[in-house]
Design a protein. Sequence first.
Length: 439
Amino acid sequence: MANPNSSTNLLERLFKLSENKTTFKTELLAGLTTFLTMCYIIIVNPSILSLTGMDFGAVFVATCLAAAIGCFVMGIVANYPIALAPGMGLNAYFTFSVCQGMGVEWQTALAAVFVSGLVFISISMFKIREAIVNAIPMSLKFAIGGGIGLFLALVALKNAGIIVHNEATIVGLGDITQPTVLLVFLGFLMIVVLHHFKVKGAIILSILAITVISTAMGLNQFQGVVGEIPSLAPTFMQMDFAGLFEASMIGVIFVFFLVDLFDSTGTLVGVSHRAGLLKDGKLPRLKKALFADSSAIVAGAALGTSSTTPYIESSAGVAAGGRTGLTAVVVGVLFLLCLFLAPLAKTVPGFATAPALLFVGVLMIQGITQIEWDDITEAVPAFLTIVFMPFAYSIADGIAMGFISYALVKLFTGKAKSVPYMVWIIALLWVIKFAAFGG
């Protein structure tokens, strides 16, 4: 007869529940809470990446699988309550900057993501990643997040028809009396109100509500809720490495690497701090956590999605009591169950996801309050980083202008010695890129 306590003992050995002062029930609730706050990605990510020509159904499956893999590795190997999924901002860069802006085929862009993941795995084995993160000025770290927030906001407003092209003023206000535009405003207001009252899953609830309303109004076609899992074949192992031999792709790989570097490291430390898992200000098992992040990027690219990264929404699960990797495993299982919801994902119209992009922009730009605006040598590079991303419609150009201006401003104000050597290296690389290949 099987030991009824065998499963409990297994969970205890794997996740050390007692040692972390938590229970299976608490971890289960924490996992569900985290999932509800981030599951909007299974709809938003395919919607964004399909604009490159990628198959929507295949990207939907890749999104669910990449998220599940990342969560399982993070939970079982690193034992942290941190969930992973394809990252917002990184998918926008993939689609709008690389594929649409540079004219790069999505197969080549996936190869760039794959290589950036391999670079992550390589440097995570040593302390290079930590050295890079620690060397980057805080003002630029916050500015990059804020700039991506504005970039996402512009994408959302443009896709919703709220901001349109104008010959006289470059951009202008669209017809805000259109039913779809009004629904975008309604969806955004719904997210804000639900978030204010701390309702879990505010974003996904808004997406589903706008989908139902638009379908009832005849603006959208209902395709069902549960159905067969779409084929992964259109995107699985479709990476084109030959296209990476173009010099311009080095910059693309570098941006995938740099953005995820800040995003993932900041999230790991932030969520762990809130969970009380830091010891002497440091993160135990850091290499294992970095390995989970890196391996998820590689697996995601092979499956057919942009970079996978830790989600700050994991803090919701931590607030609900999550303290171990069991929380992340629960999230992974829920992502796998979502594989059967492909018809629902296809039912959601593009304008229903615009409020989600806009709200994520709000969350990302909040960090700019931490920038030293009183120090002009910190404020100017941060400002240029932030404004170049939406105005140049390129996350890469924003990062480049930030690093180059930081080095130059510090140099000509007599503060060159305060600039970390890594900033000089990154700034020089961008200068060489612009000089040799232009913008």
